[in-house]
Design a protein around this ligand. Structure first.
Ligand SMILES: C[S@@+](CC[C@H](N)C(=O)[O-])C[C@H]1O[C@@H](n2cnc3c(N)ncnc32)[C@H](O)[C@@H]1O
Length: 282
């Protein structure tokens, strides 16, 4: 019997890795193109024209500068595989840690708990809360001002299975999105906190990621001011606010939180020792 003349997926992976100079990126693209099956399983299979065309278009987009996460159309965040496209910010590793802190605080509270993720984007934080906390007695509100971001969050909601029934989506600016009677035990947010004109902002972030997800006025604190000032009246007594912040904003958000009436206020450093998270209790 004649051998199949088509290259195998493993061969195509090697060729793609050479073009991209990145073994992992090539593997993820191959897996997406080949029906999301792991390379370890499909390496010996012959490629098909449709799959090669899909892979070629991903390689071309990435080589033209589009971030890998948008090219793949998905990215992992804690336990979730989230659909990701330019309507939403690409979820970052530091935000996994912020979500983890909110999870710890929420897990310590007796149910029923009400949790709020303000500015949910892809749904990364709020869906992780719903996914990782016990299904009974948890309600998670996920808000965003941008209806296009909420479309992505809604699509990702289906991916968490039964826990999706605990999640409510709401459109609007910060607390205005929530029904007036909602009071939370934990409010968590990764709001825009980059100062306009910040030279540290990478060109590909400016070009590809939604501007409304990043910039927050001259000092980067416009949105954090609204959230920190508005949170006390939306929290139950003893409730927590957890916010991702910029590395230089620790002192400013500490002052904001104290002035807003929070009694326990701390700024927690990331693994590199940079202030990246406000944790405050009313
Ligand atoms: C830094 S992104 C975070 C997205 C997601 N939570 C994450 O961590 O990957 C900020 C999000 O806040 C939303 N946003 C910006 N201004 C807002 C406002 N005034 N009210 C509600 N959401 C807002 C943006 O649309 C964006 O989705």
């Amino acid at each position: 019997m004649d051998e199949d003349p088509r290259p195998t997926v493993a061969e195509l992976h090697r060729a793609t890795a050479e073009v991209l100079g990145d073994l992992d990126a090539a593997r993820w693209m191959c897996e997406v193109a080949f029906a999301h099956r792991p390379l370890s399983e499909i390496g010996r299979e012959p490629v098909t024209e449709r799959m090669v065309a899909h892979l070629d278009s991903m390689v071309a987009r990435h080589r033209a500068g589009e971030p890998l996460q948008y090219v793949l159309g998905e990215w992992s965040f804690r336990r979730l595989d989230l659909a990701i496209d330019p309507r939403v910010l690409i979820p970052r590793p530091e935000t996994e840690w912020v979500a983890g802190r909110a999870l710890e605080l929420a897990a310590d509270l007796p149910g029923p708990r009400t949790l709020v993720d303000l500015g949910t984007g892809s749904g990364a934080i709020g869906l992780s809360l719903a996914d990782e906390l016990p299904i009974d007695g948890t309600t998670v509100w996920m808000t965003d001002r941008d209806p296009r971001a909420l479309e992505v969050a809604r699509a990702n909601l289906a991916g968490i299975g039964r826990a999706a029934r605990n999640v409510r989506l709401a459109e609007g600016s910060w607390f205005e999105a929530l029904p007036p009677e909602v009071r939370a035990h934990v409010i968590v947010s990764n709001p825009p906190y980059v100062a306009e004109g910040d030279p540290a902002l990478e060109a590909s972030v400016i070009e590809w990621e939604p501007e409304g997800a990043l910039l927050a006025g001259a000092d980067g604190l416009d949105d954090l001011r609204v959230i920190v000032n508005g949170a006390p009246e939306r929290l139950h007594p003893g409730g927590w606010l957890v916010c991702e912040i910029g590395a230089a904003q620790g002192a400013a958000v500490t002052d904001l939180a104290r002035a807003a009436g929070f009694v326990e206020v701390s700024v927690e450093p990331d693994a590199a020792g940079h202030d990246r998270m406000l944790v405050a209790r009313v």
